[in-house]
Structure formats: C-alpha cells, structure tokens
Design a protein around this ligand. Structure first.
Ligand SMILES: Cc1ncc(COP(=O)(O)O)c(C=O)c1O
Length: 380
C-alpha cells in the first residue's frame, strides 16, 4: 500500500460479524474463554483490546514499523519508553523538549536514580560529548516544542549504534506524513496522539512504534503492568481522526508556510521560527529529512512580552489554548502555559524567551487566520 492508502486502510477490515466498514468499539473489560487456557486472543482489556489493536496496527503501519503500543497519554508513552531503563542509567535529551517531558525526567525519574543531560541535539558534537559510561538512551524531539529545533536523525542513529544506545524520537510535531524516524535508524518513535494523529482536540493519547521485537515485548509488558491504557472509545476516535491525517497535514503545512512568511515580513515581528523558512538554522536538514514542515510556528515580537500578550489576548479566531496539532488554530504562551514548570533560568538558558508566542496553524481558510493575526498585531 502507498502511504495515503495505509493512512485510511492499513490494518482495518470490515467487521466480520456485520460487515460494518467502521470498526465497532469493543467497550469491554473482559472476555469469555472458550475453555480453561483457550481464549480468542483477548482475556482482559488492560492487556489487549480489539479496538486498541486495530489502532496500534494502523499507526505502526503508517510509521513504517512492525509494532505499535498505545498509551493513555503522550506522557504515559514517554514513561513507558523510560521503563526500558533502570536506576543508574543516564539519558542524553534534546534541550528544548516539551516542558512536561523535562518535568517528568527531572522531578519524577531523577528520584528513581536516573540522570539526564540536556543538550542542543541539533548540534551533533554536543550530543556526542554528553554521552558517558552510564548513558543508555538518546531522547530526541524533532522538531522541538516550542523552538522547532531540528535534529539530524541519521547522525543520531550513527552515534546510537556506535555507543550501543537506544535512539528514541518524539515525532509528535512532524507526524509520519512528514517524517518517519525508523527509516533513519531510530529504535523507538513516540507520539502524543492527542495532537495531529487524532487531530480534532477530542482526546488524550500516546503511542510507541518500534521494529524491534525485544523493545515491543518489553513495552507490551509495561503497558499491561502499569495499565496506562487508552479507552476503547478513545482508540476508536483516534482511528477516525487518523483517516484524514494526510489531507490535514498538507493543509496545516501549506497554511503554516503562508503564516510564517507573513509574520517574517511583518514590521512588528522580531523573529519567526518555522522549519520551512530558509532563515531557520536547520532549514537544510529539515528539507532533506522531512517531506513537509508541519503546522507549528513560534515567533517573538519587537515589543517583547507585553506585545506578545497583546496579540494573544486580542486574537478572535485563533484559540488561546494549551494544545496543538488540531483542526483549530491555537495560540499559546509557552512561558506561562506549556513550559511553565521549566524554571525561568533554564528557560532563558534554552533561548525560550518570555515573549515567545507559539502558533499551531489549523485548517481554516488561511486568509481568515492571517486577518485575525493582522488585527491582533495592529493592537500590539
Ligand atoms: C512534543 C510533545 N511530546 C509529548 C507531549 C505529551 O503528550 P500528552 O499531552 O498527550 O500527554 C506533548 C504535549 O504537549 C508534546 O507537545
């Protein structure tokens, strides 16, 4: 199957009992056995569920992987990946990860004896230098949230191989439409399916995809043992959302390009970051590695925080909201919203300015999005 066909059809068959083209929701906790020791492949929904299995098979195929394991949230998926490691292990992590990820690493996993070094992973040498004898994993987010730094995955895979490390990639921003990290040698791809994959702001979910049977077996064990599983209904809603992923992503990316170019030429805007702009520091890598630049933009105004706040408080169509990757355009203030738990000093060191504005460009008519930004920028 070609990619767009996989999005709509991979792993999905008409319901054998009724022919229903949309798979039913198996909203059940348990399954009746045929006899002692013989079931129909399912015994208890924490371990496995038919609706969840359809979603896992569908998303694994779209990522170009053999195995998918879904979780109740992106953060539960991150935690699942970290459970491959043990006390004493060290992780080299992209410095501009989603704030919830660094909060989990620093405030929870550090208590269990794990350690983390944050480096700008768009600098391959910095990654190499941060690796020590206890390092077991590279945790790469590309593009990052919110500064949209892009990491060269081929280079990361080479390092991971040389040093016998897991290479895990949070590919939430890129989606498999634009980037498939397993093709570059990643061991694990992780998504917050809350975002583009489900796509309609309708649920919270997470996913891990791998080609490695040993990792899959461990993740399945973790999934059923920890129990942070998505509900059958959320799996079903995600399956429906995924069906238009390829179409939505093309529109997200085309509109984001227009909005990024508009912002870059606006006299009140100091800096725009979008991987599809030639001014982006890793534009060449992004162009070579991704087949599109997705829908996320960050920008700063010449008037700094006060001007940024004026824009965010005056948009009418763009929703001032915490999330991203859905059909509605959303505007976010990372310093007080998504990255509020990153200490101020650390935010400054990362280059995450208090005045930074993050925009998740939706699939409305782009002229309406531009008009909304224009009227808000006029007030700044
Ligand atoms: C890049 C990235 N990874 C992981 C997460 C966590 O996902 P969730 O909110 O579904 O737990 C987020 C959430 O914003 C994110 O942006």
């Amino acid at each position: 199957m070609k990619f767009d066909t996989k999005v709509v059809r991979a792993g999905i068959k008409p319901d054998p009992a009724t022919g229903s083209i949309v798979p039913p929701i198996y909203e059940t906790a348990t399954y009746v056995l045929d006899e002692v020791g013989r079931d129909k492949g399912f015994d208890y929904t924490r371990s496995a569920n038919p609706t969840r299995k359809l979603l896992e098979d569908n998303l694994a195929a779209i990522e170009g992987g053999k195995y998918g394991v879904s979780f109740a949230s992106g953060m539960a998926a991150v935690d699942g990946c970290m459970k491959l490691l043990s006390a004493g292990d060290h992780v080299v992590c992209s410095d501009d990860v989603y704030g919830g990820v660094s909060r989990h690493f620093n405030n929870v996993l550090a208590r269990y004896g794990m350690s983390f070094t944050y480096v700008d992973s768009s600098d391959t040498n910095a990654v190499r230098e941060a690796i020590g004898p206890e390092t077991k994993m590279l945790w790469i987010e590309t593009p990052t949230n919110p500064l949209l730094k892009v990491t060269d995955l081929q280079a990361m895979a080479t390092i991971a191989k040389e040093r016998d490390l897991y290479l895990s990639v949070d590919s939430t921003f890129a989606t498999p439409v634009f980037l498939r990290p397993l093709e570059y040698g990643a061991d694990i791809v992780m998504h917050s399916t809350t975002k583009y994959l489900s796509g309609h702001n309708q649920l919270i979910g997470g996913l891990v995809v791998t080609n490695r049977k040993d990792i899959y077996d461990e993740m399945k064990f973790i999934q059923k043992t920890i129990g942070a599983v998505p509900s059958p209904f959320d799996c079903w809603l995600t399956l429906l959302g995924v069906k238009t992923l390829h179409l939505r992503m093309q529109r997200h990316a085309a509109s984001a390009q227009r909005v990024a170019e508009y912002l870059e030429s606006h006299p009140k805007v100091a800096r725009v970051t979008y991987p599809g702009l030639p001014s982006h520091p890793q534009y060449e890598i992004a162009k070579a590695q991704m087949s599109g630049f997705s829908g996320m933009i960050s920008f700063e105004l010449k008037g700094g925080l006060p001007a940024g706040k004026t824009v965010m408080n005056n948009v009418k169509l763009c929703a001032l909201a915490e999330s991203l990757g859905a059909v509605e355009t959303m505007i976010t203030h990372p310093a007080t919203m998504t990255h509020a738990d990153v200490p101020a000093q650390e935010r400054q060191a990362r280059g995450l300015a208090d005045g930074l504005v993050r925009l998740s460009v939706g699939i409305e008519d782009v002229d309406d999005i531009l008009a909304d930004l224009e009227q808000a920028l006029r007030k700044a």
